[in-house]
Design a protein around this ligand. Structure first.
Ligand SMILES: Cc1cc2nc3c(=O)[nH]c(=O)nc-3n(C[C@H](O)[C@H](O)[C@H](O)COP(=O)(O)O)c2cc1C
Length: 146
């Protein structure tokens, strides 16, 4: 399932959270399996982002491999394997907290999601931080963007 409601929680122990709609198929799987994998999509993987959001795309999908027994998508820039350690009601979603049991990182840039669209280019002007008057080096690029 494509999810952007995912965040780090704790460093020791290493915990992350993912927020899942009660109606999503993943919800049942998480309760039954007690484990999940996270694949941080690369900027080349927009079709997979839509596919796993319930909008199948033409063309092949990246294959899965496993990390500590959970499925992860090949070509992603990071993989996490997690055991569900707790779950909290959050309105019509459940906040699943997962303990990270394995982590793997690869080269590449992340796929971004903003204002209902996927974006590439985390280092482009879209992601440029707010202007800092002490940071003269940033100013020409910011002015060009405006
Ligand atoms: C960019 C993006 C982020 C999403 N984030 C979440 C999320 O964090 N939690 C969630 O429950 N659904 C999220 N969704 C919606 C699910 O991906 C979508 O409802 C999916 O079809 C549910 O899986 P299912 O069809 O197998 O039940 C997101 C969709 C998109 C496109």
């Amino acid at each position: 399932m494509t999810a952007n409601a995912i965040a780090s929680v704790s460093l020791d122990p290493p915990l992350v959270l993912v927020v899942v709609d009660h109606r999503a198929r993943l919800h049942r799987f998480l309760e039954a399996a007690g484990q999940f994998g996270v694949s941080v999509l690369s900027e080349e993987q927009e079709p997979a982002g839509w596919h796993f959001a319930g909008r199948p795309q033409p063309g092949p999908l990246p294959p899965f491999s496993t990390l500590n027994g959970v499925p992860v998508l090949d070509g992603a820039i990071a993989h996490l394997a997690c055991d569900v350690s707790s779950a909290y009601l959050g309105g019509d979603h459940t906040i699943f907290v997962g303990r990270v049991t394995a982590l793997r990182a690869a080269e590449g840039e992340p796929l971004l999601f903003y204002r209902g669209r996927f974006h590439r280019g985390i280092h482009g002007p879209f992601m440029r931080r707010a202007e800092d008057p002490d940071d003269a080096a940033e100013r020409p690029a910011l002015e060009a963007w405006r």
